[in-house]
Design a protein around this ligand. Structure first.
Ligand code: VG1
Ligand code: CO
Length: 801
C-alpha cells in the first residue's frame, strides 16, 4: 500500500503543476480558465485510477499499458495543438486590429493583450516539452515496474530491486518537482512567488489589460524581446502604499512651498504628487501626458524620480521631462502648450520655490499647471488640498528606474496598468525657438553690435544661479552675439550659490552696483525659476515693474509677435500700480485688475481678452505662454530699445511725460511671527469701514479715504469669485495703500505693504523725483494705521522695492 501513497503523491504534484501551467495558457480574462484547470485535475485522476493502480496492484497486461501510454500522448498532443492554434489565431486577430486602429488613428488599442497571447504561445511550448517528459515517464514505469512485476514477479530479488529503484525515483520527483515549479515561476520575474499570483489575480479582477495609446510607440525591439525570451515578463509592479495625511499641504499663491526637510519626510512628496494627479487630472488621469521639470534646486532630482514612479503607477501614458529634471517655469509652460509629437499635453508639474532660497535648509516647491500651460486655478488647488487631508494610500512603481540625465526615450510596461513612456528632452531648444518666433532676433543682434546707433549696446545680466542661465547663454551669446563675460551667475546651482534668487534691489545688489559704474546700457536679473525680471537702465536707473509693464504695453507694436495679432486688452494684479491702465485707456483697450498670482490671468488670456499682463513683483508676460516670463521681458525691452534707439531712462521718462507717473513702492516684512501678522490683518480689516471719508495726514500732506475694503475679484470669463485678496485703502486722489500676507512663504509670515500714488504729467517739479521721497507721507500713514511696529516688532522692512 505504501507504494500507492508515494506514487500518488508524485502524480498529484505533477497534476497540480500541470493545472497551474494550464492556468496561464487560457486567456487571463476568461472564466473558462478555471474549467481548464479542473479538467486537468480530472484527467490526472483518471490517469492515476486507470493507469498507476492497475499497473501497481493488479498487474495489468503489457498491451493495456502500452495502449494507455500511447493514448495519453496523443491526447496531450491534441489538446496542446488546439491551444496553440487558438493563440496563433488570436495573435493574428490582434495584430490586424492594431494595424486597423492605427490607420483609423484610434489610439485605444490594448496591446497588453497581444503580449499576453505571445506569452501563451511560449507556455504552450513549455507544456509540450513537459508532456513529452510525461510520456517518457510512462515508458520508464513500463521498464522498471511492469516488466519486473509481470515477468520477474515481486518475489525475485531482481524484481525487488527494480521496484525499490522506482520508488526512490518517485520520492525524489515528489520533492523536486514543486521546487522546480516554483523556481521556474520565480525566474520569470524577480518577484516573490505570492506577489506573482497576486498580480495575475489583480489583473484578472480588474478585467483590464494594458492600455496602450499609440501602436507605433512600441518599438520593434520591444517585440523581439518578447519573442526571444522565455520569460513571462509581467512588467513593473505597482505598489499600493498606505500613508497618512500631512497637515498644511495647501498650495499658496503659486504651488506648495515648504522647507526642504519637510518635503524629505517619508511619503510627504508622494502624497502631494498623488493628490495632484487625482485632482489635477481627474478623469483624464489614465493615459495622460505631463511635462515635468524645475529650476534645479536642491531635492529636484529626488522629486522628479518620485513623480515618474507615481505617474507610472497611476496609469499616465507619458512624461516629458527636462534633462536632469531642469526646465524654467516659462519653458515648461511653453512645452505644455506646444503639445508633444502632435498630441495634447494635459498639464505639467513644476518643481520650484521660485524666488525663495534653496539648498538642504532652503525651500522646495511643487506646482501643478493645467492644459493651457498656466498655474492651476483656485478650484483645482482647493481640491488638491482636500485630497491631501484625507489621503490614505498612494500608488508607486517602486522598481522603475529612469536615468533622466540622458536625453532619450525610456519605455516601461507597468503591471496591470499599461505602457509608460518617459521622454527626456533638451531643456532649452523649444523655448529658444519660441523666442525666435516672437522677436526679431537679427534686429536685436544689430542693436547689441552697435549697428543701429553707432555704438555697442552693452547688457549685464544676472541669472542668480537660477533657471535662466542656460536660456540666457544660448539666446544672448549664441544667437544675439552678446559678450559672455557680461552674463553673471549663469550656472544653475541647487542652492543658488547660497544666495536669495529674487531679482530686486536688495538681493541683486551686485548687479545694481555694477550698473552704477555706467559701463552698461541695460541690466537685468531673473529669479530662481526664470519667470521674474528686474530691468535697470544705464547708471542703475531702476524701472519699476508697474512702469515696465506699461512701457511694454505702450510699445507693443515694436514686437513682431503682436503685429499679426489682435490685441484686446491688458491686465495687472491689484497691488500693481495702474500705469498700464492709462496706456489701455489711450489705446481704447480693456484693462483688468486681478488678485495677486499669475493663475488669475489664465482665463483672460485663453479668452483672448488680454495680450500683456504683469505684477508689481517683477513679473511681466504675454499670452505667448501662461506664466510670467523673465527672458521674454528682457527681449521685449531690447526689441523696444532697438526700434526706438533711445536709452532706457529716456523711454521711461517720456512715458511719464505722456501719461503721468504712477509712483510705486513695496515694503516686505519677511519672516515675521505668523500670529502677529494675522493679528495685524484682523485689526486693520476691522477698522476699514470706519476709515471711509476720514482724513489722514503725515509730513504736512493730507489724504481723504474714498474706498477701504478687502479686495474681491469675479473672473469675467467663468464667474468664479476670489475673496480676501488684500486690504485696500484708496484715497480720493487715487493714491492707494494695500496690505497683504504673502502666499509664497514656507515658514512664518511675510507682510507686504504696497503704496502707490499718481503724479500728473504736468507736475514737472515732482515728476522725476525719487519714489521714496514722493511716497514718504503715504508710507508713514500706512505704517501708522496698521500699527506695524506694535504687531511685528519690526522697525524696518527686510526689502524695499
Ligand atoms: C508673490 C508675488 C506675486 C507672484 C508670486 C509668485 O506672491 O507677490 O505677485 O505671483 O509671488 O511668483 P506672494 O503671495 O508671496 O505675494 V514666483 O516668481 O515666486 O512663482
Ligand atoms: Co518665479
Amino acid at each position: 500500500m505504501e507504494h500507492y501513497g508515494v506514487s500518488l503523491s508524485a502524480v498529484l504534484v505533477v497534476t497540480v503543476e500541470r493545472a497551474f501551467a494550464t492556468y496561464y495558457v487560457v486567456d487571463y480574462e476568461s472564466k473558462s480558465r478555471n474549467w481548464v484547470a479542473v479538467f486537468c485535475i480530472m484527467v490526472s485522476l483518471i490517469y492515476t485510477q486507470c493507469f498507476v493502480i492497475p499497473i501497481c496492484f493488479f498487474k495489468a497486461s503489457l498491451l493495456y499499458i502500452i495502449l494507455f501510454a500511447a493514448l495519453w500522448a496523443v491526447f496531450a498532443k491534441l489538446v496542446l495543438m488546439g491551444l496553440h492554434w487558438f493563440n496563433v489565431q488570436e495573435s493574428k486577430r490582434l495584430s490586424w486590429k492594431a494595424e486597423n486602429s492605427r490607420k483609423k488613428k484610434k489610439v485605444n488599442y490594448t496591446l497588453g493583450k497581444k503580449f499576453q497571447v505571445e506569452e501563451n504561445v511560449k507556455v504552450i511550448k513549455l507544456l509540450e516539452a513537459m508532456s513529452f517528459m510525461l510520456v517518457f515517464l510512462i515508458f520508464f514505469v513500463i521498464v522498471f515496474i511492469v516488466v519486473p512485476r509481470v515477468y520477474l514477479g515481486t518475489e525475485t530479488y531482481a524484481g525487488q530491486v527494480m521496484i525499490s529503484l522506482f520508488d526512490i525515483n518517485l520520492a525524489l520527483g515528489a520533492i523536486l518537482i514543486p521546487f522546480i515549479c516554483i523556481w521556474q515561476l520565480r525566474k520569470t520575474r524577480e518577484l516573490p512567488f505570492t506577489q506573482k499570483i497576486y498580480c495575475l489575480k489583480k489583473r484578472r479582477d480588474e478585467r483590464q489589460v494594458n492600455p496602450i495609446t499609440v501602436f507605433e510607440d512600441v518599438t520593434k525591439s520591444y517585440f523581439e524581446q518578447f519573442q526571444t525570451s522565455w520569460k513571462l515578463d509581467m512588467g513593473i509592479a505597482v505598489v499600493e502604499t498606505p500613508t497618512k495625511p500631512f497637515a498644511g499641504q495647501k498650495p499658496g499663491t503659486s504651488g506648495l512651498r515648504k522647507r526642504v526637510p519637510e518635503f524629505q519626510q517619508l511619503n510627504y512628496t508622494e502624497n502631494f504628487v498623488q493628490a495632484i494627479l487625482d485632482a489635477g487630472l481627474g478623469s483624464k488621469k489614465k493615459g495622460a501626458q505631463l511635462v515635468v521639470g524645475g529650476d534645479g534646486r536642491f531635492l529636484s532630482m529626488e522629486a522628479t524620480n518620485v513623480i515618474i514612479k507615481v505617474s507610472a503607477a497611476n496609469g499616465l501614458s507619458r512624461l516629458i521631462v527636462g534633462q536632469n529634471g531642469f526646465l524654467s517655469t516659462p519653458a515648461l509652460s511653453n512645452l505644455i502648450r506646444k503639445g508633444h509629437e502632435g498630441r495634447v499635453v494635459d498639464g505639467g508639474i513644476i518643481l520650484t520655490a521660485s524666488h525663495n532660497p534653496g539648498g538642504p535648509k532652503g525651500d522646495f516647491g511643487i506646482k501643478f499647471n493645467c492644459e493651457n500651460g498656466g498655474p492651476a486655478p483656485d478650484h483645482v488647488t482647493d481640491s488638491i488640498y482636500q485630497i491631501t487631508t484625507k489621503i490614505d494610500k498612494y500608488l508607486i512603481a517602486k522598481d522603475l528606474e529612469c536615468d533622466f540625465t540622458q536625453v532619450g526615450r525610456y519605455e516601461y510596461d507597468i503591471d496591470g496598468v499599461g505602457h509608460f513612456t518617459v521622454d527626456v528632452i533638451d531643456s532649452v531648444t523649444a523655448y529658444v525657438d519660441l523666442m525666435k518666433d516672437i522677436f526679431d532676433f537679427p534686429k536685436i543682434k544689430s542693436l547689441l553690435a552697435g549697428e543701429l546707433t553707432g555704438h555697442k549696446f552693452r547688457v549685464l545680466l544676472d541669472s542668480m544661479h537660477g533657471a535662466t542661465g542656460p536660456y540666457i547663454s544660448t539666446i544672448l551669446v549664441d544667437c544675439l552675439g552678446a559678450d559672455a563675460n557680461n552674463l553673471l551667475r549663469t550656472v544653475p546651482k541647487p542652492d543658488f550659490g547660497g544666495g536669495h534668487p529674487d531679482p530686486n534691489l536688495t538681493y541683486a545688489k551686485t548687479l545694481v552696483e555694477r550698473l552704477h559704474t555706467g559701463e552698461h546700457d541695460l541690466g537685468a536679473a531673473f529669479d530662481g525659476d526664470g519667470d521674474r525680471n528686474m530691468i535697470l537702465g544705464k547708471n542703475g536707473f531702476f524701472v519699476c515693474p508697474s512702469d515696465s509693464l506699461a512701457v511694454i504695453a505702450d510699445n507693443i507694436d515694436c514686437i513682431p509677435y503682436f503685429r499679426t495679432r489682435k490685441v484686446n486688452g491688458f491686465a495687472r494684479s491689484m497691488p500693481t500700480a495702474g500705469a498700464v491702465d492709462l496706456v489701455a485707456k489711450s489705446k481704447g483697450l480693456q484693462v483688468y485688475e486681478t488678485p495677486t498670482g499669475w493663475k488669475y490671468f489664465g482665463n483672460l488670456m485663453d479668452a483672448g481678452r488680454i495680450a500683456i499682463c504683469g505684477e508689481e513683483s517683477f513679473g511681466t508676460g504675454s499670452d505667448h505662454i501662461r506664466e510670467k516670463d523673465g527672458v521674454w521681458a528682457l527681449l521685449a525691452w531690447l526689441q523696444i530699445l532697438a526700434e526706438r534707439k533711445e536709452t532706457v531712462e529716456e523711454i521711461v521718462s517720456k512715458h511719464w511725460q505722456k501719461y503721468g507717473r504712477n509712483v510705486f513702492t513695496r515694503y516686505d516684512y519677511e519672516n515675521v511671527d505668523a500670529a502677529g501678522a494675522n493679528l495685524l490683518m484682523t485689526f486693520l480689516e476691522a477698522q476699514l469701514p470706519a476709515f471711509v471719508g476720514r482724513d489722514f495726514s503725515a509730513n504736512g500732506v493730507t489724504y481723504k479715504v474714498a474706498v477701504a475694503d478687502n479686495f474681491q475679484y469675479t473672473d469675467p470669463v467663468d464667474g468664479s469669485v476670489a475673496t480676501k485678496q488684500g486690504l485696500r485703502i484708496v484715497f480720493e486722489d487715487g493714491s492707494r495703500l494695500v496690505f497683504r500676507l504673502s502666499g509664497t512663504g514656507s515658514a512664518g509670515a511675510t507682510i507686504r505693504l504696497y503704496v502707490d500714488s499718481y503724479i500728473p504729467s504736468n507736475d514737472s517739479s515732482r515728476l522725476l523725483l525719487p519714489a521714496h521721497e514722493l511716497l514718504k507721507p503715504l508710507v508713514l500713514i500706512a505704517l501708522d494705521v496698521c500699527k506695524m511696529e506694535q504687531f511685528t516688532n519690526r522697525k524696518a522692512p527686510t526689502v524695499i522695492t
